[in-house]
Design a protein around this ligand. Sequence first.
Ligand code: PRX
Length: 656
Amino acid sequence: MAKTVPGKQKAAKIVNIGNLLKEKRTFTPPPTFTKQAHARTKNIYRTAKSDPVGFWENMASELVWKKKWRQGLDWNPPDAKWFVGGKLNVTESLLDRHITGHTRNKAAIIWEGEPGDKRTITYYELYRQVNKFANVLKNLGIKKGDRVAIYLPMIPELVVAMLACARIGAIHSIVFGGFSPESLRDRINDAHAKMLITADGSFRRGQILPLKHDADIALADCPSVENVIVVKRGDFLLRIKEGRDHWYHRHMQEAESYCKPVYMDSEDPLFILYTSGTTGKPKGIMHTCGGYLTGVYSTFKYVFDIKEDDVYWCTADIGWITGHSYITYGPLANAATQVMYEGAPDWPDQDRFWQIVEDNGVTIFYTAPTAIRSFMKWGRDWPDKHDLSSLRLLGTVGEPINPEAWMWYHEVIGGKRCPIVDTWWQTETGHIMITPLPGVTSTKPGSATRPFPGIETAIVDENGRPTTNGGGYLAVTKPWPGMLRGIWGDRKRFVDTYWSKWPGMYFPGDGAKIDGDKYFWILGRIDDEINISGHRISTMEVESTLVAHPNVTEAAVVGIPHELKGSCLAAFVTLGNHIDINDKLIANLKDFVVRKIGAIARPDRVIFTPDLPKTRSGKIMRRLLRDIAMGKVMGDTTTLADPDVLNRIKKRYEED
Ligand code: PRX
């Protein structure tokens, strides 16, 4: 019998298959696209299926290795070692190999700041900057295996900083610039980072984000950090702590221009990236050099069908896994030219993205369903003002895309000619797992279609057996190169969270269904994590934050559907005695969560209740709370003043 995952509450009802089988539209790849694509026939699936490890070994052999591996895979569940015995430095595949020949002066990054400033960085220039900055890190005492925290906006120095770490074997841990000082502090301390790289500030919707100021608050309680490097993004006010803080540009001026790469074992860690967990504490997901690079390199090549002349743009922030894999590592390993943009899509106007596509002749565009829903809401006049004819391929990631948004993307942005790749994957999987191949796979709006070649997924029941009705839990049934190798410092949590539900199979935490064509339809999280605008937030983390507020005695947080964001948070809060309920308190509680975690965790709704409805065994009845928050049982209410009402509904639910 399979165990349930410790720490997880009973999964909500996962599938309402009936509704989801209604989508019947199918789009075949345009023949002109197929003709020029890297993958033109289904053979690639067959080859990979007959020998998945051999398939990945072939992919790995397109990268630069100092020493070839002696074994493709060593699988001892849940521990995988890929390309065993191989040695490499990932930056050689991303940079060194591109600085000879025609890619030397090719644009690697075409960057645009929110205020409109622009920079184009060639492969040679990026190579030089990475080498120099690697020397800066070395001079400040960073060595192989040290953790370096990075808290930077979307500026080219962020790419330089991560690759400089990789050059010398240091492990980067990037914290999204929108996270609060406390979130930054917790991540720095969990990883025992020796250094922090940040910037004086950044721009977002014309406002200044005071990154260094926030970092200083975090650093007051981060004893492991010895040095802080500060990139100067603008003329922002800041305090420099002598001896600890260093200006990036000053050190770069003096740095030697070549840094010998440190060769790493294929299985040595490349980076840690924190993501939500079902307990309050974020998990430091660990990725390694050889497998991760092979995964992102090959998926980028085949899913985005990258070609010499393409101009690719992924709108994610590098602070999330999408940016790690499909801004930094995947595109650079493929010598792609890409656009990188610092700011918001609606600044100064709601056509900023389309202006960027037009100005740069973007050919491949990768964004999140949340963004697409916002574009829909803003209206097609904005994209229609621009020439988007350069686009040839569109992608989505981060959350399920509703068929209406898919169709809008297809028609309005893609002019009905661009295939759409809906890519399912996770921080933990490292790279794309379920996706169409744009020249091969017919698409259906709302389905991520089928596993990438070399990947095996299934829909199973609670006991890990394939389901008969098409719906159930998504599982990954075979190891893959980019799979997480652990949670930093917490072996038990790694095993419990991902590997104890079914023996030898990976549990991603998503519900899904499979249709008659063996297409996968991802239905969303089935645990306590809520996907808001494509980002994972743990309801437990928000709950423990709320109860830390002096006026709150108990809190329960649930996810409810949201028109644009996919889901949003509703917080049920029980207050201490004699606390007045008013709008100020609601605003205060929301701000409190933002200050402690970051803006993405702001609850949309705060509902006060004298008591939380619990089962006889003391479990909070989240389904009831969700229905209340959605107005299903009580209409729109911010205060559940009468405990009797709550009790009556509770009883009805218990009888269900
Ligand atoms: O629920 C799935 C959803 O996002 C989760 C992973 O979140 P994160 O680790 O932050 O990585 C996001 C970017 C890769 C998954 O468990 N998700 C991601 N992509 C899709 C998706 N849900 C449906 N369709 C997708 N294409």
